[in-house]
Design a protein around this ligand. Structure first.
Ligand code: FE2
Length: 302
């Protein structure tokens, strides 16, 4: 666990982030849920490119690399999401898995990291030592077979991450998503740290950075705004305070970013936010300040 933000500063960071969220250009002023699903990690392009979020991600990355010896020729920062889970929200329990970056070099060591921006501990449930095992050819969100769950559960540990600290773990570590409801509004900034001997960046984010688009996550997956179930079962069916996905989208997003979606089931057109959002530029929204060349360089092996 690496100290990153002093406890006295956490409230200020939280306050600033709330202001940043309210200012996101994709949303209506009275939007209350920025993304659907209990995991609650944001997927709108502004949540990756707002200068304050970039600043926090950079701070996390710099703090992490300064805390461990560099074992490889190069280091690289990987984009990841901001999590904003409101009090009472809980993630779907997702069973034991690893998040493995596709096409990584066999010598790479990639860490999944997050900064705890709460005044309380956050927790990771993981199986200590499991990063040393052979991971085989699986990539992405790599689930562990059901038959092994019991033994994993028995050897797993719930690891506390104190306020303002970074948790950093090898992406080969087996972990699970805990489904405990948030006791207070929870904030986290995720990022990836890759140590490599190659100059291949794995993700070429040149265009994503220029147009301020949504980057792939370290697992290679694209961050969605809602689940497939929302597109099918819940398009017109109530969840929370909404009369379905279409209603959520019309109450949440600016009209200009909604697209027409043809439901195959009832042959109706619905106006919704794209499940994977386009870039700020493609949506005709204002871009934040350009990335400086030194900032872009962080996202490549250097
Ligand atoms: Fe994971």
């Amino acid at each position: 666990m690496i100290p990153c933000i002093v406890p006295e500063k956490i409230n200020e960071v939280r306050y600033k982030l709330m202001e940043v969220f309210k200012d996101f250009p994709e949303y209506l002023p009275n939007a209350s849920e920025y993304v659907l699903g209990g995991f609650a990690a944001l997927g709108n392009p502004a949540s990756f490119h707002h200068p304050y979020i970039r600043e926090l991600r950079n701070l996390g990355f710099q703090t992490a690399i300064n805390s461990i010896p560099q074992t490889h020729k190069y280091k690289q920062m990987l984009f990841d999401r901001v999590l904003y889970r409101k009090k009472g929200q809980k993630a779907q329990p997702e069973s034991w898995h690893r998040d493995i970056t596709p096409n990584r070099d066999p010598e790479d060591i990639i860490y999944q990291c997050w900064i705890n921006l709460d005044q309380e501990n956050q927790y990771l449930s993981a199986v200590p030592g499991s990063h040393n095992a052979e991971t085989g050819s699986q990539t992405g969100f790599a689930k562990i077979e059901k038959k092994d769950h019991e033994i994993l559960k028995a050897s797993s540990k719930k690891i506390a991450i104190p306020p303002g600290h970074i948790i950093m773990f090898n992406q080969n570590l087996i972990h699970e998503i805990l489904a405990t409801p948030a006791k207070k509004d929870m904030l986290r900034i995720y990022f990836g740290l890759r140590y490599t001997n190659t100059e291949n960046p794995l993700f070429d984010n040149k265009e994503i950075i220029a147009k301020q688009g949504v980057p792939a996550l370290p697992s290679g997956q694209m961050p969605p705004m809602y689940s497939i179930n929302h597109l099918t079962i819940f398009m017109k069916k109530q969840f929370g305070k909404y009369e379905g996905l279409e209603d959520y989208c019309s109450q949440t997003f600016k009209a200009g970013i909604l697209i027409e979606f043809l439901s195959k089931k009832n042959k109706t057109i619905h106006k919704i936010c794209p499940r994977i959002m386009p870039s700020l530029q493609e949506m005709g929204l204002p871009l934040y300040q350009e990335y400086a060349p030194e900032e872009i360089a962080q996202y490549y092996p250097h």
